[in-house]
Design a protein. Structure first.
Length: 272
């Protein structure tokens, strides 16, 4: 589990922007970067060990995103509060914005909340995170800087008893301008199983951050999901960050016609 930060955090501390003036066309987000719970939430009624599980955050995603941001000279926006408090990758009317259950684990501290308590959580983490992305994107567009959004996540190897064979998944909707060349580049790598809209798709309501900040403006975007056993340590994190950096360094979006092709979920085993 990450090193604890001060128990009482100002809202400006619940989101961190790395390299705000990055020259890269890519803006990276890490919606589930941290498993940190401010002291006022205790453990939300969970066992301490639960806070290191995927239900609390996306293990390994932040180190990968940070290394990519540094190598690409890209801007990175990260949420610094556990998604157990509030999920920044959900709309405000989502039933799992403040999840009462995550996977199969009930979260006692998230049941029976008043509207005031929910609003306080929105103000603590959700609003600062999306406000930061909003300002960055608007500032870039105002100065004519090309902007493409990519969110970096990780997923569990086993979910509700089902094994997930993909090493990495690329999530997209009908706009495939970024996803298609990214998928093609990954498929050319040896020994990597690429999930296309696997293990999630926008139909699972996991695409909110990109819908809000990229799709609403017609900007190219894609979501990356890396299986978390691949990035559980520094060696794997460096491997995947460097691999993706190499791809992104040469990645150019397809023409807009690619956005008219429908998204179809499937997985591809690259030739070894």
């Amino acid at each position: 589990m990450e090193t604890a930060r001060p128990a009482s955090l100002a809202s400006s501390d619940t989101v961190r922007v790395t390299n705000p003036g990055g020259s890269s066309p890519f803006v990276l987000t890490c919606d589930h970067a941290s498993n940190f719970l401010p002291a006022e939430f205790g453990t939300l009624g969970l066992a301490v060990d639960d806070l290191s599980r995927h239900i609390a955050w996306d293990p390994g995603a932040l180190p990968v995103a940070l290394r990519m941001a540094q190598a690409l000279d890209a801007t990175l926006v990260e949420a610094r509060i556990s998604r157990l408090v509030i999920d920044c990758n959900r709309p405000l009317d989502a039933p799992d914005l403040v999840p009462p259950v995550s996977e199969t684990t009930a979260i006692p501290g998230n049941t029976g909340l008043s509207e005031k308590q929910r609003a306080a959580r929105v103000a603590l983490s959700w609003q600062p995170f999306h406000g930061a992305i909003e300002r960055i994107v608007e500032d870039r567009l105002a100065r004519g800087q090309e902007t493409r959004l990519v969110s970096v996540h990780s997923f569990t190897p086993v979910y509700k008893g089902r094994n997930r064979p993909w090493h990495i998944g690329i999530i997209h909707d009908e706009d495939r301008r970024l996803a298609s060349p990214l998928i093609s580049a990954l498929q050319r790598l040896s020994g990597i199983t690429v999930g296309i809209n696997e293990p999630y798709s926008p139909a699972d309501r996991v695409y909110f951050t990109l819908e809000r900040h990229a799709r609403s403006r017609g900007l190219p975007c894609a979501m990356i999901e890396i299986r978390n056993d691949e990035i559980s340590g520094e060696t794997g994190q460096r491997k995947w960050a460097d691999m993706l950096t190499g791809i992104f360094s040469d990645l150019e979006p397809e023409e807009a016609k690619g956005s008219r092709r429908s998204a179809v979920g499937k997985s591809v085993q690259s030739a070894s």
